[in-house]
Design a protein around this ligand. Sequence first.
Ligand SMILES: C[S@@+](CC[C@H](N)C(=O)[O-])C[C@H]1O[C@@H](n2cnc3c(N)ncnc32)[C@H](O)[C@@H]1O
Length: 199
Amino acid sequence: MRDPHQQFYDQLAAEWDLDYTAEDLERLSRLVDSMKVKSGENVLDLGCGTGILFDMFRRKVGNKGSVTGVDFSVQMARQAHRNFPFDNVNVVDADVAVLPFRDHRFDLVVAFRAFPHFVDKRKALAEIHRVLKPGAPFYIIHLVSSKELAMHHKRRGGVEAEDVLPSADDMQLMFSDARFAKLTIDDHPGLYLATAINS
Ligand SMILES: C[S@@+](CC[C@H](N)C(=O)[O-])C[C@H]1O[C@@H](n2cnc3c(N)ncnc32)[C@H](O)[C@@H]1O
């Protein structure tokens, strides 16, 4: 069965890149810098949209590494592919609940503005745990707090109306059930950053 988010994001893909300000890009770039990504690493961007993070990671991993984006909106995935036709960038049209990658393939997984939209978060976390190397990080990033995000989605209504970041307690439970070793959450006006370390 198709998830209504697919059609919703398909319709937004053509104009998606206009959503970002220079300030957003600057803040994102600083966040990516803080992740200390190394040359040769393999990065996975879940719910990648049109690939707003690709260039930031691509420059860090270089030609020996790779950036892989996953999105189940065909139009978002197509636009990402058009935006970044580089050898070290792959875009895959897939659902995060069934990732088409071998175990322990990635050095880092990120979900920017995407985790609240994953309908089956537990399945997604099980898959993220599976494809991450032991000890590698998974980041959830929003440039707003969880409260600000919930209000924003409520205002917009439609398929996003109920899409929220789970409470800190629910997140701890979900991540430990998915066998992540550690989860820290920074949630304040203007930023939500969850960092989980794989076991
Ligand atoms: C708010 S957009 C963010 C896109 C991009 N990360 C950005 O910030 O520009 C959320 C994206 O997650 C994707 N998405 C939502 N649920 C998904 C799922 N279960 N599997 C794959 N992609 C999903 C949507 O298609 C959409 O492109």
